[in-house]
Design a protein around this ligand. Structure first.
Ligand SMILES: *[C@@H]1O[C@H](CO)[C@@H](O)[C@H](O)[C@H]1NC(C)=O
Ligand SMILES: *[C@@H]1O[C@H](CO)[C@@H](O)[C@H](O)[C@H]1NC(C)=O
Length: 230
């Protein structure tokens, strides 16, 4: 009976362990929707337009890919050029696909720099990874955008942009340091010990009278003996 129970326990643990690993691979995936605003005024209607999807398989391992759902076209080039000429920014709004109430993350880059580089962009996503209930959940917490050829920016330049030239990277926030309880306790003990030692601030005489008195007595006795001997 005992053996069967043990076998069942072992079997169950084995199964749940496998499920756990499958869950890690499936549930951890995160899809980030990228929208942009290429309009130069607030009166140009629905300004946020979906342009790309980023699939984050594992932020920890840097497994990420981007696909563009809105192909680049001449009209977009014109809009970006317009933004560039007016010294405006190219804006991005990102959120997790499938979230009911999306938490938008915003970022932007100088439109002139992007335009001059031919829409060459680096998108960096900050992904929080939290293992919860045995499953890994990844969530988008921040994003940044920059053009690596930004210094070549001239507002009067005219470029034909063939399409997005995107590089995506992911980062996970550095976890806070785990409290080092053992060292802390050691330090407290040391501090207490030092305190105890410092408390012994009696006068020199009060501390060492057991050595001083006999020495003085000895001197007196020997001195007295010499005088008596004369
Ligand atoms: C889009 O960008 C333009 C130009 O900067 C701005 O005027 C407008 O308000 C933006 N639209 C939204 C929805 O943020
Ligand atoms: C993206 O930019 C790099 C650097 O300028 C260039 O070498 C590469 O050919 C570009 N890729 C595309 C698809 O234009």
């Amino acid at each position: 009976m005992k053996l069967i129970t043990l076998l069942l326990v072992v079997l169950f643990q084995h199964c749940s362990c496998q499920n756990f690993q499958d869950g890690l691979a499936l549930d951890g995936q995160l899809i980030v929707v990228i929208e942009d605003n290429l309009s130069s005024t607030s009166e140009e209607g629905n300004t946020w337009e979906e342009r790309s999807l980023v699939t984050v398989r594992s932020a920890k391992l840097g497994q990420v890919s981007i696909s563009h759902t809105r192909p680049w076209n001449e009209k977009l080039s014109k809009s970006l050029q317009k933004l560039s000429k007016s010294g405006d920014f190219y804006k991005l709004r990102l959120h997790q696909q499938g979230s009911k109430e999306p938490n938008f993350v915003y970022t932007f880059a100088d439109a002139c720099q992007l335009y001059a580089s031919g829409m060459r962009e680096h998108i960096n996503l900050m992904i929080d990874t939290t293992p919860s209930a045995g499953l890994l959940s990844q969530s988008l917490v921040g994003a940044s955008l920059y053009s690596p050829e930004g210094r070549l920016c001239h507002s009067d330049v005219s470029r034909s942009i063939k399409g997005y030239n995107s590089t995506v990277s992911v980062r996970t926030p550095v976890p806070g340091t785990v409290p080092d309880t053992a060292t802390y306790i050691q330090r407290i003990e040391m501090a207490n010990k030092e305190k105890a030692e410092n408390k012994d601030n009696r006068s020199f005489f009060a501390k060492y009278w057991i050595y001083i008195i006999p020495a003085v007595l000895l001197l007196m006795v020997s001195g007295g003996g010499q005088e008596g001997g004369r």
